[in-house]
Design a binder for this molecule. Sequence first.
Ligand code: NIG
Ligand code: FE
Length: 419
Amino acid sequence: MKLLFDNAAQLVTAAGPARARRGDELRALEVLTGAALIVDDGRIAAVGPREAMRAAAPDAAVVDCGGRVLMPGLVDSHTHGIFGKPRHEEQELRAAGVGYMEIAKRGGGIHSSVRDLRARSEDELLALALPRLRRLMAHGTTTLEVKSGYGLTLDDELKSLRVIRRLQQALPIRLVPTFLGAHEIPLEYRAAPRTREEYIALIVEEMLPRVAAEGLATFADIFCEPGVYTPDEARVILGAARRHGLQLKLHADELETAGAAELAAEIGATSADHLAAVSDAGIKALGTAGTVATLLPGTMLFLGRPRQAPARALIDAGAAVALASDFNPGTSPTVNFPLVLTLAVSQLRLSVSEAILAATVNGAAAVALAAETGQLAPGFSADLALFDIGDIRELPYWYGDHRCHASWVRGRPAFGPGA
Ligand code: NIG
Ligand code: FE
């Protein structure tokens, strides 16, 4: 079936190479006026002047964009969407001066979500995740990476990944599953008789083979941070993940410098995420590596941390910068990706062009989907978001608002009228 998307105030195509953009490319966001777009069988068939598009597809069903802004659906390449209860009590503790890592040392933080998730069934987790992912979709996200990582036993990690698989069947959004068994060292492996080495062996010898054999994940991730996993441990775990055919991601230099960005670049990880504490050497390494530098400014905002990732230095060094929500119960419980764009412009000092490309094309590159989604050009999947604004610069401007009118994934309504 053919669709003609007509009457948009602006058509933001983000068209260009089907790979992460860097440097000057990040300043060159293509925005068309007086343009329309043809979708054929779930793919973008043509983009061009309205008259020409109408003539080319006279029998297409018309989608009236109503003078709004049509753009590629947002690609949120970093979330921890499978969890049970919210962790609002930690927000007050932090306000009272107890740091994120201190809360973890007291058995809270990730450990608290782990205790909670282990006690819940797969059906229960699915029921909790469905409305949360619908809220993420309602803000214009059409591709969403979702991590496990609150199970930390073989069965509980498999349970989390199976929830992601069921969400993929239940929702029109495009999901990318990531295995994050190395999110923490579980409390039961921190004191005799069990050791952290035994937990790492469990990941390498039991979890990864099962996850790979059941095809439950595309990526493996690790929290490489002082007090959690060391770079040497990350090397072992990610090396094993790669041997099982998984692509690699790292939570890198999130709170303290650990050399994790350098490691990500060296091993050819698809992305290195967070980077609020990245070193100069790490910036340099990401400047020339194929690894996408994914920034999560909502996390630093919510944690009340004084320092955001050095986005300008990363871009100046040549890094391919992406943006993501980090949606999770501990450090970033927001479903509002456009709000992350606001933070990118006002806190990370990105231009609107850089922020939009970071949340579309480069987000897609961060989940190895840059040839499939993230831009509106012939051949790409018709993953679209329609925002109730008249100029793309309004997207980061109306901060915290809800401006998404509708979205489509593979040419099918995902959110809004018709979905
Ligand atoms: O990206 N840092 C590790 N993982 C998450 C937080 C997880 C949690 O606190 O539950 C993050 O910030
Ligand atoms: Fe995270």
